[in-house]
Design a protein around this ligand. Sequence first.
Ligand code: MRU
Length: 363
Amino acid sequence: MNSTYKALWLENGDLVVIDQTQLPFRSVTKVLKTSAAAAIAIQDMTVRGAGVIGNVAAFGVYLAARESNGDLATIKELAAVIRRARPTAVNLMWAVDRLLKVLEKASTQKQDLVEVALQEAIAIADEDVIGTRNIGKFGCELIEAIAKTKPKGEPVNILTHCNAGWLAIVDRGSALAPIYEASDRGINIHVWVDETRPRNQGANLTAWELGQSKIPHTLIADNTGGLLMQYGKVDLCIVGTDRVTRCGDVANKIGTYLKALAAFDNHVPFYVALPSSTFDMQIADGVKEIAIETRSADEVLYMQGLQDNGQIGKVRVAPLETTALNYGFDITPAKLVTGLITERGICEAAETAIAAMFLDLIP
Ligand code: MRU
């Protein structure tokens, strides 16, 4: 690998990221030169999606090592700021902890901590590239099996929520990886894209990603999925996730749970795609133990988009005196999940099955 990934890359030792707040209207990149800049980029959602958050965190620890000339105590202080940038996606904490563990060891061996941090951050991203390819292959088998049951010329209709493509995890995404693989294999597919209010990651990012790859898709309002399922117009749901407990409860973008309920009621298979770095084996009960991010009420009270004057702007969609509540994620209980599509294979969302496939991750 050459440390160049679709959503982020290194340039002259600095980290460059796609500014996802500007998509799909503008193609803007940001250069992150310090660990504080990395933390802010995660917090203000310049970058988002569990995997990419983890990557930026890991490269952020490298930047911390660089700005502190490899002083471990300072690196730890700066890394703690990155670790707190967002609460729900466990890849963030996992990546920071992995870097610090490697740096601890390297410091006892008097190694160059800047170089060690850089190589470990690259290793994580390289693993994601391979992992997402494998998620794609395993997930595609599900799509292929459904395609075989379809009348000639009819596509496999897949519903997805939020953005779990290459903008969210390098280099193929999690939920979109099987879709990209199916498209590469020439399988006839069509994707229902939930707009994903309030930040519209579906409308802004997933629709854009699929469009770039010329994959047929239709944008739908978040509440449309249930009716489509009742009409038999959804063959399969695939979503990504920000944290999965050892019992298979799934945290993902707000609204995922309602889609899982509708899928369950309509006997539509509901799969969750993830790399193993998204498991949190320390916890069992998603509702009780996963910290759900609460974001600004303004994201609900206003909508952002392209104005007629070509500027990105926002308009208020609620009365001036109305207040709003904005939870970023929800929990889909394991019982509603048909299976977990991982880089090691498809796993039942249940404690024993997860333990059998991911024994090495159990602390
Ligand atoms: O708030 P976001 O945009 O970071 O939320 C992203 C999601 O919920 C994705 O579905 C999730 O990160 C899985 S993709 C690796």
